[in-house]
Ligand binder design. Structure first.
Ligand code: SF4
Ligand code: SF4
Ligand code: SF4
Length: 235
């Protein structure tokens, strides 16, 4: 067999192999009923993931009620069991990002963060208005959620995507914008989250510029990401 025929044959075999792997991967993903180890990041007010899955009727009312447009539907990627249940996404268009009240500096915002958050403009973060829970007809989301003692999820810095880990002092936006002073900059000029102060509002993930620089890599990860956790918020 001549060389060009051989290389064409190996090319075709390789392509078939890759297609088979892709198809198998997709099927396995669909069959991954729970969608992996991490539960989706839920709106505030769930009692537990088990209680939520047993009571949410996928009516979409919470999604329609959210004034900050952060509630989206789970899809196949989140696992069959979660399809059409609500999860949070803090990735809104830059023009709709969190904006502090005009003329207010960070110190003024943090002296009274919760009312300031409710009056802030923009979308893509949680202001704890609890309109989602108020609209829930089954009690899957509870209005009694208190962001001073509980959290939606935990802000976690990802050194792979955080610009400050790539370039000394390259960015400190999350620390400057967190209304709860939950992020500080260490001596290496990198951000560090204090879980005792973080409530998972999502502002840091919303304003983090790292994925807009890296969209060519096709990642949804930002330099800081709010991750669902079953742990109690440390007090
Ligand atoms: S508390 Fe308000 S801003 Fe937060 S998810 Fe619910 S409706 Fe949206
Ligand atoms: S805003 Fe994003 S890139 Fe900037 S320091 Fe924070 S996590 Fe890193
Ligand atoms: S989610 Fe981010 S912005 Fe919100 S309190 Fe936590 S660290 Fe601060």
């Amino acid at each position: 067999m001549n060389e060009s025929l051989l290389s064409r044959r190996s090319l075709i075999t390789g392509a078939i192999g890759a297609a088979t792997l892709l198809a198998t991967g997709a099927t396995l993903r669909v069959l991954d009923v729970a969608g992996g180890d991490d539960p989706p990041l839920r709106p505030p007010g769930i009692e537990s993931e088990e209680h939520f899955l047993g009571t949410c009727i996928r009516c979409n009312r919470c999604r329609g009620a959210c004034p900050r447009d952060i509630i989206v539907n789970c899809d196949m990627e989140d696992g069959l069991i979660n399809i059409r249940t609500p999860r949070l996404s803090f990735h809104s268009k830059f023009s709709e990002s969190y904006r502090r009240e005009e003329g207010k500096d960070q110190a003024m915002v943090t002296s009274d963060p919760y009312p300031a958050l409710l009056s802030a403009t923009g979308k893509g973060f949680c202001d704890f208005c609890m309109l989602c829970a108020l609209s829930c007809p089954t009690g899957a989301l509870k209005t009694s959620f208190d962001p001073e003692v509980r959290w939606i999820g935990e802000a976690v810095i990802d050194p792979l995507y955080c610009i400050a880990f790539e370039k000394l002092g390259g960015c400190r936006k999350c620390a400057d914008y967190c209304p709860f002073n939950a992020i500080t900059i260490n001596e290496k000029r990198q951000p560090v989250v204090d879980p005792k102060k973080c409530n998972g509002c999502g502002i840091c993930e919303n304003i983090c510029p790292s994925s807009s620089y890296r969209t060519f890599k096709g990642t949804m990860r930002r330099g800081v990401n709010i991750e669902a956790t079953t742990e109690e918020r440390p007090l």
